[in-house]
Design a protein around this ligand. Structure first.
Ligand code: NOJ
Length: 742
C-alpha cells in the first residue's frame, strides 16, 4: 500500500518535472484553445506560397489555414510568412517549411544512387549535415529525405534517388543520412527534420513505370522493402511520407496495415506521417474512394497526419467529425504530433523568428562534395592499366554531350543549386592539363541528340590526340520522378558516335554520367576503360580529374546490379536459387540449333542470366587479394557470436581503399532463402603490399527471416559466409546455428 502510494507520488513528481511532460501539457492547453478549423489547418500543407506572397496567402496564414508549406517562396518570404503566423494569427502557431533537399541544397552532392556507391556511412552523414546546414540557414526546417525505397528496376526513373537494391546497405546509409540531417537533437542549430519516404513498396512499381501498382508478398515486404524504414525509426527519424502506389491493391496513403499496424503499433513510431503530393485525393483515381470525403476519411483513419497539397482534410473532416465517422481524439492525436515536431524544432514555444541568411558554398562543403563524388565513382573496366593517365599522354580528346553540362551533372532535385557553381569535367581537365592539350568536341547537343553532323569534328579531334575521353550517358531529365525509361541503352546517337571514334584506333576511356544503371555492352567492349560517375554534382569535374590523374584510386562499388539487357529486369543479387539453377555462362540454344544442350535450367536462350556488372563490383588502380574467410567457431549458439575474418592484401602498386563485403546464405530453411545476403561491409585503406584482417561478428539476429506464418526467427542449420569484393566472387566458410545448446 505504502509502495503503491510512493510509486504514484513519484510518478506524479516525475510528470510534473519532466520537460517532455511540461511540453505535452502546454500542447494540451493549446489544443483545447484550437477550433476544429485551426486543427485541420495544422494538418494541411500547401505549395501555394509564391514569391512575393499574395495577399490571399497572407490572409490564410493569419487565419491558421496552413500548418506547413513545401517547396515554397524565397528565404525572405519564409521570414515574412513566419512573422505573420507568429504575430498575426490567433494562436501564433509557427509554420513548418518543408523542402526537397535530396542530395544537397546549394552544394550538390552526387545523386543518392551515386552516394550509395561509396558504401561510406560517415561520409554520407557529413554530406547530409552539410545540406542541412545550408538549407536551415535559408529558413528550411524539414527535408523530404532520405528516400529509402528499395528497387530492382533501373527503368524506374526514381532509381536515381534510391540507395540501391539492398535492404542492409540502404538501412545503413539511410540511417547515416538521418543522423546527418537531424544531428543529436532537432533543436540544434543547422539541422533539419528528416523524412523516411515513400512508405512503402514504391520502388517495386510494375514495369518500372512510376506510380504504378506494386504487388509484394508479406515476407518479401518485411525482408526487402521494410527494413530500411524500420532502421529509420530506430535512427529516430522525425517524419514519414506515404507512397503514391497501391500496395497489393491498397494505396499507401490509406493503408492501415502499413501505417497503423506496422508503423505505429509494431514499430511504435511517434512522429508525423505526411502524405505524398496529392496522394490523398488520388485515392479517388485509384478507385478506393468514391469522393474527396471518403479519401480524407481513409487517409486520416489509416494514420496520415498531414495532407500534402490536396485539401480533402480541410474540406471534409469537419463534417466527418460531426457525423462521428472520425473522432476528435484522432484529429487531436495528429495535431499533437505536428505541434510536438514544431516544438522539437525549436519553433513552437521557442524562437520561430530565427535569423535567415543567404547561403554560400563553403570550402568545406566543396571538399565534402568532392570526396563523396570520388568515392562514388565505380571503375568497371581498366584494360592494360589505361587509367590513370600515363605520363606519355599528352593530347586528350574530350568528346561527348556530358563533358561540359553543369545542369546534367547535378542530377534531379536541385532547386536551390546554381549551375555556374558547378565545375564540369571539361573545365577541370583544362585546368589540370592546360587548354591546349585538350581537344573538346561535344559532338552531340545532348544525350538524346540523333544528329551525326558533328561526328567529323569529333573524329578529327580523336585522331589528333593520344587518347579519347568520352563523356556519355543520360541527361538529368531522363531520370527522376515520372521519368521512367523502357530502354536502357545510351540514348540518341551516342553508340554510333562510339563506333566512329573506335575506328580511329585511339585508346578510349568512357565516363558514364547517368541517373541509373544503363546497358552499354558494345560501348564498354570498344573502350579500354569505363568509369561510372552517376550524376556527380557540384564537384563532379574536380573529382573525376583526381581519379583520372591517379591522385586517388577509384573505390566505389555498385549498390545495384547492372543488367546486360533490359529483358533481364528484375535482376538482383539476393535472389532465391530456384529448383533448376543454371550455371554461370550457360546459354540456351546456340544459333541454328534447336536442341537445348544443357538441360532445362533457369536461364535465357539469348543472353547469360547473370548481370553485366554484379552488385558490389568496383575495380581499383591496384589489386586486392582476399584470403578464404576464417570463423571463430564452427557453431553459433543463441546469445553468442561468431567472428568471421579474412585477410585482404594490396597486391598492386598503389595505395587504395577497398570495400570488403560480408555475405551469408542459409543453406536449408523452412522457406527458400537468398543465395547471398549482405550483412556487413568495411572500407579499408591499404598501402602496396600491406595486409589487413577485416572481421565481422555475426549473431542469431543476423540470420533471421520471416517464416510461412510471418514469424521472425532463426532456424537451426548450416550457413555459408563470404568476405568478398562483390556479390559474385569469393570463397566461403561454413558454420552451424544451434537454437539450443546441447
Ligand atoms: C512528390 C515526390 O514523390 C516526393 O518524393 C516529394 O518529396 C514530394 N513530391 C514533394 O515535392
Amino acid at each position: 500500500m505504502f509502495g503503491l502510494l510512493f510509486r504514484t507520488l513519484s510518478m506524479t513528481f516525475a510528470l510534473q518535472t519532466s520537460p517532455q511532460a511540461e511540453i505535452e501539457k502546454r500542447i494540451d492547453t493549446l489544443l483545447a484553445r484550437m477550433t476544429l478549423e485551426e486543427k485541420l489547418g495544422q494538418m494541411s500543407q500547401s505549395t501555394a506560397m509564391r514569391s512575393p506572397i499574395s495577399e490571399d496567402i497572407k490572409q490564410q496564414i493569419r487565419q491558421g489555414r496552413w500548418g506547413s508549406f513545401l517547396n515554397a517562396g524565397l528565404p525572405a518570404d519564409r521570414v515574412e510568412a513566419q512573422r505573420i503566423a507568429v504575430k498575426e494569427s490567433r494562436l501564433r502557431i509557427p509554420l513548418l517549411f518543408g523542402r526537397d533537399v535530396i542530395h544537397g541544397y546549394r552544394t550538390v552532392f552526387p545523386i543518392p544512387l551515386g552516394q550509395s556507391a561509396t558504401w561510406n556511412p560517415e561520409l554520407i552523414e557529413r554530406a547530409a549535415a552539410t545540406a542541412a546546414r545550408e538549407a536551415s540557414t535559408e529558413g528550411i526546417h524539414w527535408t523530404f529525405a532520405p528516400m529509402l525505397d528499395i528497387t530492382r528496376d533501373p527503368r524506374w526513373g526514381r532509381v536515381a534517388e534510391t540507395l540501391g537494391e539492398d535492404p542492409y546497405l540502404t538501412s545503413q546509409l539511410g540511417a547515416a543520412m538521418i543522423r546527418g540531417f537531424q544531428g543529436k537533437s532537432l533543436g540544434e542549430a543547422g539541422r533539419l527534420a528528416a523524412c523516411a519516404k515513400h512508405f512503402a513498396g514504391y520502388g517495386a512499381a510494375e514495369g518500372g513505370r512510376d506510380y504504378n501498382s506494386t504487388f509484394i508478398p508479406e515476407n518479401q515486404l518485411r525482408e526487402v522493402y521494410l527494413p530500411p524504414f524500420h532502421a529509420a525509426v530506430t535512427a529516430g527519424v522525425a517524419t514519414f511520407m506515404t507512397a503514391f502506389n497501391a500496395l497489393n491493391g491498397v494505396p499507401a496513403s490509406g493503408n492501415r496495415f502499413l501505417l497503423d499496424h506496422i508503423l505505429r503499433k509494431e514499430w511504435k513510431f511517434t512522429g508525423i506521417v505526411v502524405s505524398d503530393y496529392e496522394s490523398v485525393i488520388e485515392m479517388v483515381k485509384h478507385g478506393v474512394a468514391a469522393d474527396a470525403g471518403e479519401a480524407a476519411l481513409k487517409a486520416v483513419t489509416a494514420g496520415v497526419d498531414m495532407e500534402m497539397v490536396s485539401t480533402t482534410y480541410f474540406e471534409h473532416l469537419r463534417r466527418l467529425v460531426e457525423q462521428r465517422r472520425i473522432s476528435m481524439a484522432t484529429i487531436d492525436a495528429a495535431v499533437r504530433r505536428i505541434l510536438r515536431l514544431k516544438h522539437q524544432l525549436g519553433l513552437l514555444f521557442g524562437d520561430p523568428m530565427r535569423p535567415v541568411a543567404a547561403v554560400e558554398i563553403s570550402t568545406e562543403a566543396r571538399a565534402i562534395a568532392k570526396e563523396v563524388a570520388i568515392e562514388s565513382f565505380v571503375l568497371l573496366k581498366n584494360d592494360n592499366g589505361v587509367l590513370p593517365f600515363a605520363a606519355a599522354v599528352n593530347r586528350i580528346a574530350v568528346i561527348g554531350p556530358l563533358a561540359d553540362s553543369a545542369v546534367d551533372q547535378m542530377g534531379s532535385w536541385v532547386m536551390d543549386a546554381k549551375p555556374e557553381e558547378t565545375e564540369t569535367p571539361l573545365a577541370s581537365l583544362r585546368k589540370k592539363y592546360g587548354a591546349d592539350r585538350i581537344q573538346y568536341v561535344a559532338a552531340l547537343a545532348n544525350s538524346r541528340d540523333t544528329s551525326r553532323e558533328n561526328f567529323g569534328a569529333a573524329i578529327k579531334a580523336a585522331k589528333a590526340s593520344d587518347m579519347v575521353l568520352l563523356l556519355l550517358g543520360e541527361e538529368q531529365i531522363l531520370s527522376g520522378e515520372a521519368h521512367s525509361r523502357a530502354f536502357l541503352n545510351l540514348p540518341g546517337a551516342q553508340e554510333a558516335l562510339v563506333d566512329e571514334i573506335a575506328k580511329t584506333g585511339k585508346p578510349i576511356v568512357t565516363i558514364i554520367l547517368a541517373g541509373r544503371p544503363l546497358t552499354f555492352h558494345g560501348v564498354a567492349a570498344k573502350s579500354a576503360g569505363v568509369l561510372y560517375a552517376w550524376h556527380p554534382g557540384t564537384m563532379g569535374g574536380p573529382a573525376l580529374v583526381e581519379l583520372l590523374a591517379g591522385e586517388r584510386s577509384p573505390s566505389g562499388k555498385l549498390s545495384i546490379s547492372f543488367p546486360r539487357t533490359v529483358g533481364q529486369i528484375p535482376i538482383y543479387y539476393n535472389h532465391l536459387n530456384t529448383g533448376r539453377p543454371a550455371s554461370v555462362g550457360e546459354l540456351g540454344v546456340p544459333l541454328g540449333n534447336p536442341v537445348n544442350p544443357q538441360g532445362f535450367t533457369s536461364k535465357y536462350l539469348d543472353v547469360d542470366f547473370t548481370p553485366e556488372y554484379p552488385f558490389g563490383l568496383g575495380l581499383s588502380y591496384t589489386t586486392f587479394e582476399y584470403s578464404t574467410p576464417r570463423i571463430s567457431s564452427a557453431i553459433l549458439t543463441r546469445g553468442s557470436r561468431v567472428t568471421v575474418s579474412a585477410d585482404i592484401t594490396n597486391t598492386g602498386k598503389r595505395e587504395a581503399e577497398e570495400v570488403a563485403q560480408l555475405y551469408v546464405r542459409d543453406l536449408v530453411a523452412s522457406v527458400a532463402r537468398p543465395v547471398r545476403q549482405l550483412k556487413g561491409f568495411r572500407r579499408v585503406r591499404l598501402k602496396p603490399g600491406e595486409k589487413r584482417t577485416v572481421s565481422f561478428a555475426l549473431s542469431e539476429s543476423d540470420l533471421s527471416f520471416y517464416n510461412e506464418s510471418m514469424r521472425l526467427l532463426t532456424e537451426a542449420g548450416e550457413f555459408q559466409v563470404w568476405i568478398s569484393p562483390d556479390a559474385a566472387r569469393g570463397s566461403d566458410v561454413r558454420f552451424s546455428f544451434q537454437a539450443s545448446p546441447h
